[in-house]
Design a protein around this ligand. Structure first.
Ligand SMILES: C[S@@+](CC[C@H](N)C(=O)[O-])C[C@H]1O[C@@H](n2cnc3c(N)ncnc32)[C@H](O)[C@@H]1O
Length: 214
């Protein structure tokens, strides 16, 4: 395993290199489509692995309350300085300190790539248990055309890219129902790899459907 500098070391460079929330118009439109799925316009969204906070800031500018979560204090310092009206918390992908049942959704863009793939389905299951019914999540990862999750040479931290079906399987096995996915192809100057976004719903349980029927 090659040592990686980590986000605390690279935060300033990261903020300078990626000052915008979105690298492509598609990324922004996918987030807009996710916002359109939220059942309560006043509800809170938890941005897991929020980094320098620019997507949290985008959501906040759109009138959505956001809790940004990230394990890197240096990334959070950028986030807090740039978006003082957003609440940022030091935590990891488990988001154990966040009351997810108060949230209408989770957005996790290019952050679960840094979690050991064996842990990712367990984390999704934890989100599923704690979110309320009808909430939505949006997960984005660098992608692979080969089934499975594959470690790649990320410049900052260990990371894995996911085949879209493998990521979808992890979400559905946790209980979520896929709503939509996009897969963008690599493009020179923007992305080395395909990128997948999957939106999924924490569906009404079978028990509740039975209740609706009776
Ligand atoms: C590529 S940045 C993405 C930032 C932001 N989500 C965005 O879309 O611009 C990855 C972020 O994931 C965070 N991260 C790393 N390991 C994590 C973990 N185990 N749980 C949650 N976030 C993690 C990093 O600190 C970093 O801020």
């Amino acid at each position: 395993m090659v040592d990686k500098p980590g986000y605390d070391v690279m935060a300033d460079a990261y903020a300078e290199l990626l000052p915008e929330a979105f690298s492509t118009p598609l990324e922004r439109r996918v987030v807009d489509a996710f916002i359109g799925l939220l059942d309560d316009a006043d509800a809170t969204v938890c941005d897991i692995g929020c980094g320098t906070g620019h997507v949290a800031g985008y959501l906040r500018n759109g009138g959505i309350d956001v809790i940004g979560v990230d394990p890197s204090l240096a990334m959070l310092t950028h986030a807090r300085n740039t978006y003082p009206d957003v609440s940022f918390i030091e935590d990891d992908a488990w988001a154990s300190t966040v009351a997810l049942d108060d949230c209408a959704g989770i957005i996790a863009r290019f952050s679960v790539i840094h979690v050991d793939p064996e842990q990712v389905p367990v984390i999704f299951a934890s989100w599923f248990r704690r979110l309320r019914e009808g909430s939505h999540i949006l997960v984005a990862c660098q992608s692979s055309d080969d089934p499975g999750a594959h470690e790649f040479d990320h410049a900052v931290a260990r990371a894995w890219r996911w085949h879209p079906d493998t990521l979808a399987d992890a979400l559905t096995s946790a209980g979520f129902t896929e709503v939509f996915r996009t897969v963008s192809r690599p493009s020179e100057g923007f992305h080395r790899f395909p990128e997948v976004h999957i939106a999924a719903r924490r569906s009404v349980t079978q028990d509740n459907w039975d209740g609706f029927r009776s």
